[in-house]
Design a protein around this ligand. Sequence first.
Ligand SMILES: C[S@@+](CC[C@H](N)C(=O)[O-])C[C@H]1O[C@@H](n2cnc3c(N)ncnc32)[C@H](O)[C@@H]1O
Length: 294
Amino acid sequence: MSTDSPAPADTAARSLAHWSEEGRREMEAFYALARLDYELLAKALDWSALLGRMQSDRSLTLLDVACGSGKFPQALTAYAGLEGVRELRYDLLDPSAFSLTEAAAALSAPFAEGTHYESTMEDLAPEEGPWDVVWATHALYALEPAKLDAAVARYLAARAPGGFSFLAQGARGGHYIDVYEAFLEGVRGGEGTPYVASDDLIAAMRDQGAEPEVHRLRYEHVVAAEDTAVLEGFLQRCLFDDTVPLAELLEAPLVGAYLRGCHDTAAGVYRFHHEVDCVVLSDDEGATPWTAAS
Ligand SMILES: C[S@@+](CC[C@H](N)C(=O)[O-])C[C@H]1O[C@@H](n2cnc3c(N)ncnc32)[C@H](O)[C@@H]1O
């Protein structure tokens, strides 16, 4: 039984291990559903108007914090109508060399590949930056709690005066945070560090004197119950743990009950409910061009 296996590495180490070539199959199963996360962020505000306005008096620099495999810039290119936006330098930050390479390969106009920082947010050298635009989309779940304040301080300092920063992260009550807590409690005997939620990041920003504008998105991922390959790959990626098969997850304490609660038996699908906060920092209060879609 997998629960008798030696204790796996903690959250931050498992995140780094899974953001690798070995994790590609699981990553692809995950994005069969999670691609929607980035489509909704690309449609949540009028990025074309925002970037166009900022470009009127300068050429922009941008930092993508925890760039992952570049799903956010890809979604922007596909859904945000950026044809009128001038080229901007797109710097990438991630502790995983695999992620830096994947995200760089995903960039297309108007994003021009810039510097790669193989670093965590908290360890980014203080002399780097600042940037006109900083974004961190579904980025900081695996932060170690002891490093949360340092990561948030570095994130705040990365935004140039007059700049715009955008962070999107799951909140408590949404799938990404809740399924992992149920897994740690029910399968790992309460051992392991829970994911950082948007609630934690927003509180740390406020503690450090920032005044973020917060906009909540609510939506579902829906997958056919019989599509067990996608279901298992998605869930294992959510947990950064591919040692517990779907059948065991469904029977396990807490996480099994959670998953049964997501099962819409009448429709033959699982529905994973998401609560995602979009957190904006800007000097232009009230000027964020949220769309009706958000
Ligand atoms: C879900 S991905 C982000 C997806 C990405 N924003 C996109 O658009 O595709 C999470 C990334 O966070 C990175 N990461 C983990 N801990 C980090 C930290 N402390 N600082 C910065 N990045 C981190 C991981 O290596 C991984 O590439």
